[in-house]
Structure formats: structure tokens, C-alpha cells
Design a protein around this ligand. Sequence first.
Ligand code: FAD
Length: 434
Amino acid sequence: MAWDFSTEPEFQEKLDWMQNFLSEEILPLETLVEELNGQQWRALTAPLKQEVKNRGLWACHLDPELGGQGYGQVKLALMHEILGRSFIAPAIFGNAAPDSGNAELLAIGGNEKQKRKWLTPLLNGELRSAFSMTEPDVAGSDPTLIQTQAVLDGDEYVISGHKWFTSNGSVADFLIVMAVTNPEVHPYQGCSMLVVPTDTPGVEIVRDVANMHHPYDAPFARQPAGHAEIRYNDARVSKANLIGQPGDGFVLAQKRLGPGRIHHAMRWIGQARRAFDMMCERALSRYAHGSLLSEKQMIQDFIASTKIEIEATKMLCMYAAWHMDTYGSSASRVEIAMIKVYATKMLFNAIDRAIQVHGALGYTTDLPLEEMYRVARASRILDGADEVHKVTIARKTLKEYEAVTGWPSEHVPTRRQAAWEKFADLLEPGVVNG
Ligand SMILES: Cc1cc2nc3c(=O)[nH]c(=O)nc-3n(C[C@H](O)[C@H](O)[C@H](O)COP(=O)(O)OP(=O)(O)OC[C@H]3O[C@@H](n4cnc5c(N)ncnc54)[C@H](O)[C@@H]3O)c2cc1C
């Protein structure tokens, strides 16, 4: 029997160190982010990143043979829960999206030359990257509709298309672009991924799209930075920039997005815990109508419900992480989809209740809650809308069932009749007839 909820002591030590590092070094820095320029940000974070590297905790999401630390998803889950408390912590630990997913993609699909050129500097934090798949003109939920084309011309691909929500696009050194390379076949076989350096002629960064998180300009230190709208105007890249083989785009996308989704869910648990801590502190501190808020049953309901939801999410997340470590990312699509959907709801509830308990203060920018709330809204859309994940869960789950003709298999009169027949030999005729 191997049902074990404990963390091995050596790893717990690392987690304890991370927790302390977050409280002492990262959370204070967080309050300055809005006012720092790029140079100041680098000056303040370089020593912190070095400290993380010295501890062997930098870019832990990759296997050792791929250039990382070799922690599986279970360990990463525990780490991300801590880092998720702060929006800036993942960047200081070298595992911020979208760079982390892109590194994973290059590690899985890139050849040696590509790894040397892009993966190694990405892992070292010397380059930034973006993933350019979603297009404004077609539903991102159905990537078979992708219109961007990459046409082979001699030794080069010529890319033309229109993307948006390329997170980090405007600050990235290179973009990983999903494009149709063979329109003659189904997109599952006809799409490919290409590395496109951002300074390639024809790559036009139109704007960072203003949004709920960054209604105006995104501060430099935010990771991801803005979500860029990009036009590819016959941008030419060497065919050596193709990741994997022509037509590998969808397989690679699945491999990239699976781990990325669960890492988000892990961080959302950390975010929710932060909101929960704030809610509890306030409930114990605020007095109204003859008692503290913490003594009112409705507030106790908030606290109990939030605690249950956080812990339930953690269980589901650890299960999905274990499933991925045991069976791999492709065999864990349902588990990943379940945690993605469940965690978004939990996160939203936790922050919403924390705002409510703080009253007007919760609505102000004097607390981090309002930003957390705005960011949390995106979680139901990014990395696949919740509805689409539910479709995956339902479709795959229904494959385990079969239709029946006639009465449902639980139909009691039918089952009763069958039971009489099954046990007839054991019953006295008088009792059966009686
Ligand atoms: C903060 C943020 C960061 C992002 N970063 C990136 C990035 O770095 N790179 C990138 O390429 N993209 C990125 N995206 C885009 C994201 O992947 C897409 O927004 C997402 O896939 C949904 O696509 P869409 O916006 O075109 O919505 P649509 O596909 O138009 O869907 C709209 C709505 O339709 C409904 N819907 C769709 N399909 C179904 C269905 N089968 N059943 C029921 N309802 C359905 C859902 O409610 C969905 O929300 C980001 C998005 C956000 C918000």
C-alpha cells in the first residue's frame, strides 16, 4: 500500500528554505515592481537568481538530461504552491510561463543545435521567449482553424499571419510560432512550430493588448509582460528553425501545454492560500455588530468553504502530478483538464471571499487582492477555456461507458427480477412464494 501524504525530509528542507526566501526577499521586492525599470529590476533580482541557482533550485521543471533539475511534477507541485503566492517569484526561480513551457518544448522537440542556441540561454535566463499560437480572427479553442502559413521557399520558411495574446511577445528574443506548413492535410498533420527571432524582418509587434491585468502598459518586471498582437509579414526564417519534423505542431503543442497547465494550477493554490491568509487575519481583526467577523457564522462558512476547496484542489493537483510522473503527460489529459477547471473556480472563490471580508479595503489597490482578482479571471480562459477542458473530460470519460437498449442498468424492477432468479436455489420455495 503506497498512499503517502508526507514529504521526504531533504526535500522539505528545500521547501522551507523557499518559503523563507519568498517571505524575506521576494514579497518585499514585489511592492516595488510597478516603479522599477528594466535595469533596476535586473540589479535587484540578479543576486536573488544567483542564490536560487546556488541552491540548485533554478529551472527545476526539466529532466536532468534536458538541462534541468529532474524534479517530477509532484515535487514541482509543492514548489509552485510556494512560488504561486507572488507573481514575480517564478521568474526568480527560472520557471515562469511562458519561458518554462517553451524550454520544455525545445527540450522535447529541439535538436542539439537548437538546444544550444535557444534552450541553454533560455534556461540560463539570458533570453526571453514567447509562444505564438492564438489568432484574433479564428477561435483559439479550436486550433485546427489556424490560418498563419509557413511556406517553404528554398531553405527558408516564409511566414505570414496574424497572432495575438502572444504573452511576452514584445520583450521576447524569440517567438515559437505555430503555423500551417501543409494545407493539403488535416491540421493535426499539417501544422508545425518554428523558432522565429523577434528581430526577423517582417515580424511586426503591433501592440501589447491592453487587458484586465494591464489596462495600460505592463511593467517591465511582470512575467509574462504584455500579451502582444503580432503580424508576420512574410517573415523568413531558416528551415533549420523548424522544431521536430514538418507536421509535428499539434503533438508538440500537447506536450508543451500539459505541464504548463498543471504548473498554473499549482501556482493558483499558492495564490488562493495568500487570499485565504488575508481573509482569516481580517476576520480575526475586524469588529462589527457585537463580535469579531471571525465569530459570525456566515464568515465562518467563507473560511471553512475556502479551506475545503483549497485542500481538495491540492489533492486533485497532487493526484494529477503523480499521474503525470507515473504515466506521462499524454496519458494524463483528463487529470490535467480536471485540475485546470477545478483550480480556477477555487481560486476565484478564495479571492472573491477575501475581498468581501475586507469590505471596501478589499476593493482598493492598497491590498494585492484586486490585482489577484483581475489576474484570476484570465485563468478560466488561458491555456484553454474551462468549457473546452470539460469537453475533454466528458468525452474521455464517456468512452468508459456503453449505451444500453431498454431499461437503464440500474432499473430496480429488472434488477429485482434478476436477483430472484440468481438466489432462487438458496431460498425455500415457501419463502420465495411468500
Ligand atoms: C492572459 C492570457 C494569456 C494568454 N497567453 C497566450 C500565449 O502566450 N500564447 C497563445 O498562443 N495564446 C495565449 N492566450 C490565448 C488563449 O490560449 C486563448 O484565449 C484561448 O485558447 C481561447 O481562445 P479564444 O480567446 O480565441 O476564445 P474562443 O475560442 O473564441 O472561445 C470563446 C469562448 O467560447 C466558448 N467555447 C469555445 N469552445 C467551446 C466548446 N467546444 N464548448 C463550449 N464552449 C466553448 C468558451 O466559453 C470560450 O471561452 C492567452 C490568453 C489569455 C487570456
